[in-house]
Design a protein. Sequence first.
Length: 165
Amino acid sequence: MRFKLQTDYALRAIMFMSAKNGGNSTTDEIAAYFQISSAHLGRVIRRLQTLGLVKAVRGRKGGVRMARDPQLLTVAEVISILESNPTPLLRECNASTEQDGCRLEAVLRRGHGLFLNYMGQVNFGDLTKDGIPPASVYVHRRQEVEGDEVALPDPVMPRLQPAAY
């Protein structure tokens, strides 16, 4: 399954904010940690704000933080909110004429259902109870090799621990 870039950024931002235990984060701080576009992340954060998942705090020590309890927000909920059609793009099978051809579609639909069911059991509080993994887990540099992209991992960064507030 492939997600939109917006969904990828949203999941990362929510994980980062969840690890802060109610503390404020800035868009630039999150973007720098994951080495992603601050401008694009800003648009994603505004969308999360509109959806009621994130709350903006003004002022000198302002930023963004979770509007909902991370323990009550599941990964599946965020995916289903942000993905316009979170089902695999499969053609409909005509069972009367393509009995053998429908097996693959049935397997893929079942796998997709199991994936969403599992993601529905994973909440952001549990994901971030021990902090979040180093940014290098998420970040890859791209190198052109004869027209093909090859992902190279970045150096390991220290683990971000939850804030003690």
